[in-house]
Design a protein around this ligand. Structure first.
Ligand SMILES: [Zn+2]
Length: 238
């Protein structure tokens, strides 16, 4: 039995699956991964993406932050791929409890997933730092310079976890709970190099840890099933 067949069998026999996904889930929808070799690192900017997407940079060079953000982070035309759709289907069938994601593009919700824990926030939520009014991503995309609140004139900040910022406590707490109670934990499209997200895996207590990734990860030895390849292609076979 090959790996995909084994994964099929694991999925078929569980009703308590939790999925943990990284940038690789979104790259197949055309969203660039700024950590990957093919990603934004190799494009020309005055600063590396990690600097621009930091709290300090946002506070001190806000206009430059938004120039990059609008250009590179707001991919509002991207569509869910086979992996997003399959996860939403498993949730509807009562097999999957939650999707925990490091992505900020909202594609899981677009595919129909309901319980989505966004560790790094979402480009679809933006709030006024003065009055708290919420704005969608299109408002940011259509704005010029630094986007401001149409109610009070305050500065708007994306609800995205920037470098130097901590993860949301409630999102983290729920993620830990789902992972610690999961029967099957599938990790896909992530190199598992980013702390603290990578540390969440330690809360899993089951014996069906499935890793789906194109390249090797530091967690490969701990996996009960290792499936190498593109997550969209693999999930579309299940
Ligand atoms: Zn306001």
């Amino acid at each position: 039995m090959n790996e995909v067949e084994q994964l099929k069998e694991i999925i078929a026999s569980s009703d308590n699956i939790v999925f943990f996904g990284g940038a690789g889930v979104s790259t197949e929808s055309g969203i660039p991964d700024f950590r990957s070799v093919d990603g934004l690192y190799h494009q020309k900017y005055d600063y590396p993406p990690e600097t621009i997407l930091s709290h300090t940079f946002y506070m001190s060079k806000t206009e430059e932050f938004y120039r990059f953000y609008r250009d590179k982070m707001l991919c509002l035309t991207a569509k869910p791929n086979a992996a997003h759709l399959k996860l939403a289907e498993w949730e509807r069938q009562g097999k999957l409890k939650a999707v925990i994601t490091q992505n900020i593009d909202g594609l899981h919700q677009a595919a129909g997933s309901r319980e989505v824990l966004e560790l790094h926030g979402s480009v679809h939520r933006n709030y006024c730092r003065k009055c708290g009014k919420l704005f969608d991503a299109k408002y940011i995309l259509d704005s010029k310079g630094i986007p401001t609140c149409d109610a009070c004139g305050g500065q708007i900040k994306p609800d995205v976890v920037l470098y130097e910022e901590g993860l949301d406590d409630e999102t983290l707490r729920k993620s830990i709970q789902y992972i610690s109670e999961a029967d099957v934990l599938i990790i896909g499209g992530t190199s598992l190099a980013v702390y603290p997200a990578a540390g969440l895996i330690d809360y899993y207590r089951g014996n069906k840890l499935v890793l789906v990734n194109k390249s090797a990860t530091p967690m490969d030895k701990r996996a009960d099933l290792l499936v190498q390849g593109s997550i969209g292609e693999i999930f579309s076979q299940i």
